[in-house]
Write a protein that binds this ligand. Structure first.
Ligand code: HEM
Ligand code: HEM
Length: 551
């Protein structure tokens, strides 16, 4: 693979220069002699990056994470992670004289007393929402284009861990202020832990340091939120970006682009300039939203009290699907040997990781089904991988339907519907919508493949109608450019894996295992007759395009 090797200016490494021209060069020599940065930068700063808008989604994740860390550090200066009780005497009138935890009081102070505090709190919270949204969309782009294939499977897993950790850190974050909403979220988590058979009560006692809510949970969440999880995430993020560098970035198919090169612009100066500008754009937009749109007005909810719950209580959007799972599950309970198994909570708790794990393992499952051992650096157009695309769409539809379930009360009040009807609808939707989405998307992709084939063989409909000498009307089809022809036909069309022969070379019957059969069936589903439309061959193209220019 190519990466531009042009050096920047100097012909010799700085550290070997005998007479540095000025004191800056001398300082650079000194540093390089100890850290070897020059050769590292020389090798990497001219690295080539291909250009496409969808490759900026990873950057949005990166920048929103940086914004979260910057604002988070500011918040730690003023936030008191303590559940010790205090009486409020700050500047917010309606809460005067109310008993509350120091955590809640300090968050009120951040909002009303600390200079710029409310804005920073809002930026931290909005950036968290954008961060998880950007991760999901970035993941979708990687998924639908097949960028997770060999050699990027491990990087996909790093990314997946970032997503899950980011979601949980958000949960811990909005649990910190100890307001009525965050306390309700923690109560929800406590209920879920208690539903785990055998160990649930022990985990609950260990985590909360006694009965709910106790006085330990906020300080514990604080350490997890500002230190443990961000620390792990930072490590994963560095590994993620090192791997992006090491593998080099994928690119879209096009003339001159192969599995063995990267066509694009160098990191320095082109991408550095773009990335720098883009960082400020992301920061600016998040700051503008935070300055305009209130988020988490904890003063309006009041301090947490276990005997109260706020109406319309909703988690942040990325946790909404887990809320949906709980809300649509019937409240089943069974008694076993004097113990209650709360299926109404336990089953959703088990499905929650399954929904997420499906993402983590997908690259490995697809790799196994296709049996493909090659490296892939050219991206797939989603339509050319109909089953993958349909599975992705089905997953999104499941996620969305669960979000509706999580907000069933809001949908009921805003649309003047019965909350029970919505719950029943979501229960049916949970099973039906992903299946329907799968088949519709697959057919849609196949339709698009047919259209591509038509375009390659017959050209693009020009809208110009001609009348032939014998009276027939025809539409003139404009032939595609060589570039378009390449884009529409360069993709692979893998063949399904055949089942091993039922008899071996000596005519002895061979037993074909269930796993091999399942793999062959899945492979047939992916690449068999119903899985893809054969792309036009060279002969077909020549036969149709030779002779008459229009039909
Ligand atoms: C903290 C969160 C994340 C950050 C900061 C991040 C950052 C990036 C950046 C900057 C790139 C290169 C540019 C691009 O393709 O967009 C990238 C590529 C990649 N990311 Fe992420 N990412 C994150 C989360 C994820 C997640 C959740 C996944 C999937 C589960 C993922 C999987 C990948 C893969 C496979 C690549 C290589 C893609 C290619 O070469 O085409 N990342 N990431
Ligand atoms: C992925 C990383 C992170 C996410 C998703 C995240 C998210 C959040 C959210 C949603 C809140 C509630 C904000 C509110 O009051 O409305 C919060 C609070 C807080 N976060 Fe983070 N955060 C992250 C990392 C950090 C880091 C690295 C720090 C510090 C170094 C930090 C410090 C704090 C503090 C002190 C609070 C409590 C103050 C408050 O609620 O205003 N966070 N976080």
């Amino acid at each position: 693979m190519s990466s531009a090797s042009g050096a920047t200016g100097a012909s010799k490494p700085a550290s070997t220069r005998a007479n540095p021209a000025n004191k800056w060069e001398a300082a650079a020599d000194w540093t390089d002699g100890r850290l070897g940065i020059y050769s590292l930068a020389r090798a990497n700063l001219r690295k080539i990056f291909p250009d496409h808008w969808s490759f900026m989604l990873g950057e949005i994740c990166l920048y929103s994470f940086v914004i979260i860390i910057l604002t988070g550090v500011y918040l730690t200066l003023f936030f008191t992670p303590s559940m010790a009780e205090t009486v409020y005497h700050g500047s917010y009138g309606p809460l005067q004289g109310i008993r509350m935890s120091e955590a809640y009081a300090s968050t009120l102070d951040i909002s009303f007393e600390v200079r710029g505090g409310l804005l920073i709190r809002q930026i931290h919270h909005w950036a968290a929402l954008v961060f998880v949204a950007a991760m999901l969309v970035h993941m979708m782009r990687v998924f639908f284009t097949g960028a997770f294939r060999k050699p990027r499977e491990i990087n996909w897993v790093f990314g997946f861990l970032l997503l899950v950790l980011g979601m949980f850190d958000g949960f811990f974050g909005y649990s910190l202020p100890d307001d009525l909403l965050s306390g309700t979220g923690i109560r929800f988590m406590e209920g879920a832990i208690l539903a785990v058979p055998l160990v649930g009560t022990y985990i609950q006692m260990f985590l909360f340091g006694g009965e709910f809510p106790g006085t330990d949970i906020v300080p514990r969440f604080f350490t997890i939120h500002v230190l443990l999880i961000p620390g792990i995430m930072l490590g994963l993020l560095v590994a993620h970006l090192i791997l992006v560098f090491y593998h080099k970035h994928t690119q879209w198919a096009g003339p001159g682009k192969t599995e063995k090169n990267v066509v694009g612009m160098p990191l320095m100066p082109v991408y550095m300039a773009k990335a720098g500008g883009f960082f400020f754009l992301v920061f600016g937009i998040i700051a503008a939203i935070s300055a305009i749109a209130t988020i988490n007005p904890i003063w309006a909810y009041g301090p947490y009290r276990p005997d109260q719950v706020s109406t319309d209580a909703q988690p942040d959007w990325y946790m909404g699907f887990s809320e949906g799972l709980i809300r649509i599950m019937p409240g089943w309970e069974i008694g076993l040997w004097g113990h209650t198994l709360n299926l109404g909570v336990f089953v959703p708790l088990m499905i929650f990781p399954l929904v997420l794990a499906a993402i983590a393992v997908y690259p490995f499952i697809e790799g196994w089904i296709t049996g493909d051992k090659r490296e892939h650096h050219i991206l797939d157009r989603p339509r050319n991988a109909p089953v993958r695309t349909a599975l992705g769409a089905a997953w999104i539809s499941l996620y969305l339907i669960l979000l509706v379930g999580g907000g069933n009360d809001l949908f009921a009040t805003h649309l003047h519907l019965s909350i029970n009807s919505i719950t029943y609808l979501v229960r049916v939707g949970f099973f039906v919508v992903p299946v329907v989405t799968f088949f519709v998307t697959k057919r849609w992709c196949l339709g698009l493949q047919r259209r591509d084939k038509e375009k390659v063989l017959h050209g693009r409909e020009s809208g110009v109608i001609k009348r032939l000498p014998h009276g027939e009307f025809v539409e003139v089809h404009a032939p595609l450019s060589q570039k378009d022809l390449h884009t529409l036909t360069s993709h692979d069309q893998p063949q399904p894996i055949a089942l091993p022969a039922q008899v071996d070379e000596n005519g002895v019957a061979r037993k074909v295992g269930k796993v091999a059969k399942a793999r062959a069936a899945l492979s047939e589903g992916y690449f068999g007759e119903g899985g893809q439309i054969p792309k036009p061959t060279g002969e077909e193209y020549r036969e149709i395009t030779s002779g008459h220019g229009h039909h």
